[in-house]
Design a protein around this ligand. Sequence first.
Ligand SMILES: O=C(CO)[C@H](O)[C@H](O)COP(=O)(O)O
Length: 221
Amino acid sequence: MFKLAPSLLSADYWNLERAVTPVVEAGAEVLHIDIMDGHFVPNLTMGPGITKALSGKTNAILDVHLMVTNPENFVAPFAAAGAHWISYHIEAAIHAHRVCQQIKDAGCKAGIAINPGTPIAALEAMIEHVDFVLLMSVNPGFGGQSFIPSTFDRLAQLGDLIERSKNKPFIEVDGGVGPANIAELYRAGVSVAVAGSAVFSRPDPAAAVAQLLNLVEATHE
Ligand SMILES: O=C(CO)[C@H](O)[C@H](O)COP(=O)(O)O
C-alpha cells in the first residue's frame, strides 16, 4: 500500500499541531522527520524533542531520517522519543549492520538511506537486513531542491537488487517529489514518497496531500 510522507522540514514550526493535523486527516500516513547535524549535511534541524512532542498526538507513523555522522549515538534517543521508523545513511555508518540491529532491537523499522552519488551496489551487504531503503532523489540537506532524474535508473537498479534478495525491503524516495513525478515513482516501485515543499509550501497542504494521493490512485484506473 502506497503511503505519503510529508516532510516536517518545510512545515510551520510556529504551530506544528496546526501544520500536521490537516495533512494526516487528508490521508498522509507517515510524517517524515529530517534530523541534520551540520556535519554529515550542511544544515541543522531538530533533535528528539520534536519527535517526542508528536509521539502519541498523531496516528501517523513517525519516520526519522538521520542525516548525521555516528548514527549509532542517536538510535536510542529517537526510539525513546517515539520514532516508529529510523533510517541512517550507508555513507555515515562504519558499522552499518550494527546500527540496523540497534534500530530493530529498539522496536523500530530499520531503513538504510543512500545519497544520489553513492552506487546502489553499496547496499548489497545490507539489503538482506533492512526493512526499507530510503533512496535520496536530491543531495540531502535542504528542502525545495529539484528532483534528480537519474533516480529512475537507480530505482531500476535497486529493484534488481531487491529482486535477487530473499528479504524484500520497501522503497521510500525523498527529495523533489511532487505532482509531476509521484505517479511515475509509484509505477517504478516506490511505496513511500516523502514530500516537503510540495505539501507544506502549498497554500492548502491538505489539498496538496489529496492531490498527490489521487495521482497515485489514478494509476490503478
Ligand atoms: O531529506 C530532505 C532534505 O535533505 C527532505 O526530506 C526533502 O528534501 C524533502 O523536501 P522537498 O520535498 O521539498 O524536496
